[in-house]
Design a protein around this ligand. Sequence first.
Ligand code: PRT
Length: 285
Amino acid sequence: MTRIKIAIQKSGRLNKESINLLKECGININNGKDQLRVIADNYPIELLYLRNSDIPAYIEDGVADIGIVGENVIIEKQKKVDIINKLGFAKCRLSLAIPKNELAKDLSYFQGKKIATSYPNTLRDFLNKNNITADIHTISGSVEIAPSIGLSQAICDLVSSGSTLFKNGLVESQVILKSEAVLAANQSLSNDKKEILEELNFRINSVLNAGKTKYVLMNVPNTKISEVSQLLPVLKSPTVLPLLDSEWSSLHTVIPTQNIWDNISKLRNAGATDILIIPIEKMIR
Ligand code: PRT
């Protein structure tokens, strides 16, 4: 039987959400302690637990067929893999940062400066594209302390909340790229494996779409149904069911989680009451 091999991070920021996503896709993952390879018993997939930074090379080489990995790592490692889907977690940006008392009005500030980073390839490409020549100093960790110990005048590192920069007296000056976890694939998968990947990606989309939306039920006076319906960013058209009280109806629909409170306020103002907001587990489209 053909199985697809998926690489996921062994431990670190991507590990938990990668496993959760596969579980949400209905894949049984029974992890033994310290197991580095796990075969699912209800889906043709084998999990390989690897380091995030090694995953792009393993996918390119075909050691793994697919993988869940930070997009920034694929770019930095300059590996040729296909990005199949963006997964919406581990969001961050790779940014240039400088001591907070410095003023960098534009990129020319970095001309001739020493910049510490763990992302030399991405930084070099960015500086070359912008005709800036700087001294790139590659270090493998604790990049944020480089300016305070006199190692560099600026840094280029991943930022999510910004608190690490703040704690180290640095400010973000320029975003180089935005990244999130992605599903990536080897560029020459067999047709059998492509089929397995297609089904997996279909399930992933159903999980991701469900997270982006809520199921909403509300009571609406019959005289207001048309007004309320016009406010709904619905899939097709809302479901309207009669209530025992013949002057009222129950209206069911799906609305985006983003800006949900703005939408709910508009619905209330238009006459909807008793509004229930319910999570959706999967959305098949
Ligand atoms: O060892 P392995 O190779 O498996 O993992 P890794 O070295 O890649 O490290 P890990 O697990 O820390 O990060 C995995 C991936 O998570 C990264 O490649 C990114 O794609 C993503 N990610 C998202 C982040 C962050 N957010 C992040 N904030 N990776 C690192 N950071 C670090 C950053 O380097 C800095 O030190 O967190 C600090 C900044 O965070 P804030 O919140 O203070 O801004």
